[in-house]
Structures are given as structure tokens and as C-alpha cells.
Write a protein of this length. Structure first.
Length: 489
């Protein structure tokens, strides 16, 4: 492989404007990436591997919000909460307190949050170091399109740079949506990036929004010991997920003592002398110590120079892209949450890699959303891939469905798992695996064999003929496949 060298930093003084023409590596292209999150840094690694001279402009820190304020810290917090929920079945497994002392656990929240932030920063440093090892130049600053072939950069120390580029990738991500009548203050009314500044577990947390983010944080804080009220404007929590999975999670939430207010829309959130109050559109008022606003995100596409460069956006502000991450302007690509394709770090990373493979002339397969696996990090987790059951029941897809409760799985019995299931979908005639849903502890791991089956167009017979460990939770995937053999025809 050709050696890759870094583009040297250009010394300039404050208020000085410099145009930088990154020297090509062995004749390679000049690639400038605005945004160092999963879409940006994965694209940078591919571009460097292919011999390009690569510069990443990032204003928050390498890894972006996914690493510093979103995916990494939230899942670290949720992993801690998961340990608290594991004790639920301790008595059934024969685990008892030793002696008369109190054997219960409580979370030291200052330690929990310090660990969350420490791990996020460490991950950011690791990614930064990897980029540098691969010869990628990282500029701490804010970038925007000066033209389709130039990126203007305002560095963190006030310098103005213009970077010439053969290829530009926009990977600027998204930020929490704000309700005008519920403005976060970082103390009592919070968005999900501000939660990690708390030093104590909220006494009573009101979570507005029952999508993935709201459900994950509601479950985590309940597991950590907070009273939680979940305000959902829909009939059930997680309205975008498999209905059986969502119903199960809502039942688990309620069993653990969470108050779920369905068909309830928040009109406003206000601070009081002792906490917060959330006013609902029907006039009810819910009181608590803190309020988390989790009502989705908006793309970071303002002030990027998109209109001036001719890059088209949607009404919501997302950047138009095709399946190889091209925008409407030649040489300009986009990846991640700013495109509105799927708000998943894995999708952002794939979009970024596809963009570079396409732009730099390597072999590339267009983005295939049917192969995207997703996970909701509640306890238990919900993992999905491929088509949905609704597509089968509506007649859109000619398929079959099998559902197996985890409670009958021998490994689940040994582990004290009573809630969860594995659901598998196959084509009625061919038996090809089309999709699946897993509700279980570590469902994010269990979904992988189903994803492999879909990406390789395996039939249920091929899946069922593969050996599984006995006993194992994955054995239920093979069992579901065997049952779908009888459904063919």
C-alpha cells in the first residue's frame, strides 16, 4: 500500500487569511471533510487508505457528538443502569444477602457521570490518534463551503483558512430539537447532551418524548433509582418500533415503577422554586425535580454555504443525497444525521465510507437500508433488521412470521430471563430470510446472525442447518428458522 503522509499545518497569525492547497499524496486527490463524527472520521480513514491528502475540520472534538455527547456517553450510562436491573432475578437464582446487612446497591452518580465523560474523552483521543497515524490532518475549527471546490475554515484560535479540495464531505451531524416553550437551561430543564453535568440522580425525572432517546434515558434513570414520568404523545412508547416489542418494553417500564402518560403532549416546561413543572396540552401539570426534553433532532446545516454552492436541502434542512452519498453538486458528498437517512452512527459511518469509495474511484456498492440493523438500548434491548411485520400483514411483502418467547429457551431459563422474544420473517415461496426482531438482554449482539442471513440472502433452511451452541440464546434463532421451513409454499 502506498505510504500516506500528513498535510503539514500552515502557520498563520490571527486575522490573517490563508489559502491552503493540500499537496497530493502520490498524485492522490485532496479531500476535505467538515465534521469529525462517525461519518467524517470513517470517511477520512478510507480516503487516506486510498492515497488521498485528507483534512478533517471539527469544532467539537474528534468523534463529534456521537462520541462526546450522544452515543458513547449515553450507552455508558445505560450500561451502568443495566447492572442495577440484573439484581431483579437474583432471588430466583438463589442469590441472597449475606447476613443481616443491607445488600442492596445504589449508584454513586458523581462517579457514574465522571466515568461516562472520561470514557467519551478517551474514545475521542483514540480516534484522533488513529487519524494522525494514518496521515490525516485534523483542524480544530468550523468549516463551511466557500465553493464546491473550497472550504472556508474559522479555526478555534481565530485564524481564517481556505482549503482547496477535489472532494468535500459534509458530515456535520444534528443537535437536539428545542421546544420554544421548554427551553433547556442546563440545570433543571435539559436536553440529552446536558444530562452528564448532573452530580446527583434526579429525584423525579420527567422525560418528554417516548422515541428511542426518551425511552432509553427513561429506562436508564429508573434503573439508577430515579422516579421517572414518561410523557408520550402516542398510544404507546417507541411508536417506530415493532409493536410487540414496544408493548413489552412499556409493560417492563410500568412493572419497574415508571409512570407512563400515553396520548399526552407536553405544551410547556417551566422551572419552579423546587424543581420543574410540565404543562400538558389537556391542562394537566406534572411536577418533578428535572425534565429531559427528548423530541428528536435537527440537522446542523445552517451557515454551511449550501445554497450558495447549489447543494439542495429538504424542507427540514437535511442535505439531499443519493445512495452513494452524492449531493446535487459534483464533488460534494454528505453523510450522517445531516442527511436524514437514518440517525444511526453505523449508517453515518457507512455513508462516509461509500462517499470516499465512490469519489476516489474504488469499487462501491450503494447504501442498502434493508441490511441496516438497529438497536434500542432499553432493558431488555430491542434489535431489528430488514423488513417489518407490518409489511407482511399489510400484504406489501409475501412473507411468513414466527415468534418464539425467550422464556422457553434453556439458556434464558438458566440466566433468569423471563421477558423477551425472537421474531423471524421469511419469504413465503423462497424461504429467504427477510427480517427479524430480537427483544432480549444483549439483543444488539443477537441480531448479527440475522443481519448476516439477510445480507447474504440465506434461506431459513441454511440458517437452521448451521450449528449453534447448546445451550445458547442464539439457539432460538435456529429454532425459529426450522419452524419457518414448514411455512414455505
Amino acid at each position: 500500500m502506498a505510504a500516506v503522509t500528513s498535510t503539514p499545518s500552515v502557520p498563520v497569525t490571527a486575522d490573517q487569511h490563508t489559502t491552503v492547497g493540500a499537496s497530493s499524496t502520490r498524485g492522490g486527490s485532496r479531500v476535505v471533510i467538515i465534521g469529525g463524527g462517525p461519518g467524517g472520521y470513517e470517511a477520512a480513514l478510507v480516503a487516506a487508505q486510498l492515497g488521498a491528502a485528507v483534512t478533517v475540520v471539527e469544532r467539537q472534538g474528534v468523534g463529534g457528538s456521537a462520541v462526546l455527547t450522544d452515543v458513547v456517553p449515553s450507552k455508558t450510562l445505560i450500561a451502568t443502569a443495566e447492572w442495577m436491573t440484573l439484581t431483579e432475578s437474583a432471588g430466583d437464582l438463589g442469590i441472597r444477602p449475606r447476613g443481616e446487612s443491607d445488600a442492596s446497591f445504589e449508584a454513586d452518580f458523581a462517579t457514574v457521570d465522571a466515568r461516562v465523560l472520561r470514557l467519551a474523552r478517551a474514545q475521542s483521543r483514540d480516534i484522533h490518534a488513529k487519524l494522525e497515524r494514518e496521515g490525516v490532518q485534523v483542524i480544530d475549527g468550523t468549516g463551511r463551503l466557500a465553493s464546491p471546490a473550497q472550504v472556508a475554515v474559522q479555526t478555534a484560535d481565530g485564524q481564517q483558512l481556505t482549503l482547496d479540495a477535489d472532494v468535500v464531505l459534509l458530515a456535520t451531524g444534528a443537535r437536539p430539537r428545542v421546544i420554544p416553550t421548554a427551553q433547556p437551561d442546563g440545570e433543571r430543564i435539559l436536553n440529552w447532551t446536558q444530562l452528564y453535568e448532573l452530580t446527583e440522580i434526579p429525584e423525579r425525572l420527567i422525560v418528554v418524548g417516548s422515541g428511542v432517546t426518551g425511552a432509553e434515558f427513561a429506562g436508564a434513570y429508573r434503573g439508577l433509582g430515579a422516579e421517572v414520568v414518561l410523557v408520550s404523545s402516542r398510544d404507546r412508547v417507541l411508536p417506530g418500533e415493532d409493536s410487540d416489542a414496544a408493548d413489552l418494553i412499556e409493560a417492563v417500564f410500568k412493572r419497574r415503577g415508571m409512570q407512563v402518560l400515553s396520548r399526552s403532549r407536553a405544551a410547556a416546561a417551566r422551572r419552579t422554586e423546587t424543581g420543574v413543572e410540565v404543562e400538558l396540552t389537556d391542562g394537566r401539570v406534572v411536577t418533578g425535580s428535572h425534565c429531559l426534553i427528548a423530541v428528536g433532532g435537527v440537522p446542523n446545516t445552517e451557515d454551511l454555504g449550501l445554497a450558495e454552492a447549489g447543494v439542495a436541502t429538504t424542507e427540514s434542512g437535511h442535505i439531499h443525497t443519493d445512495r452513494v452519498s452524492r449531493t446535487t453538486v459534483r464533488g460534494v458528498y454528505a453523510a450522517g444525521d445531516c442527511t436524514g437517512v437514518h440517525a444511526l452512527a453505523s449508517v453515518a459511518a457507512m455513508q462516509g465510507r461509500i462517499a470516499m469509495w465512490h469519489a476516489l474511484g474504488d469499487a462501491v456498492a450503494p447504501l442498502d437500508l434493508s441490511q441496516v440493523s438497529a438497536n434500542v438500548f432499553t432493558a431488555p434491548e430491542i434489535a431489528t433488521v430488514g423488513i417489518s411485520e407490518q409489511q407482511i400483514t399489510s400484504g406489501e411483502v409475501r412473507g411468513e412470521v414466527v415468534t418464539l418467547p425467550l422464556a422457553r429457551n434453556p439458556r434464558a431459563k438458566m440466566l433468569g430471563i423471563r421477558e423477551g422474544f425472537i421474531k423471524l420473517f421469511s419469504h413465503r415461496a423462497s424461504g429467504v430470510v427477510l427480517g427479524g426482531v430480537v427483544v432480549a438482554p444483549r439483543a444488539s449482539e443477537l441480531i448479527f446472525p440475522i443481519t448476516l442471513a439477510i445480507s447474504n440472502r440465506l434461506t431459513v433452511d441454511q440458517v437452521s442447518n448451521a450449528f449453534t451452541v447448546y445451550p445458547s440464546l442464539s439457539g432460538s434463532i435456529a429454532e425459529a428458522s426450522r419452524l419457518l421451513h414448514d411455512a414455505r409454499g
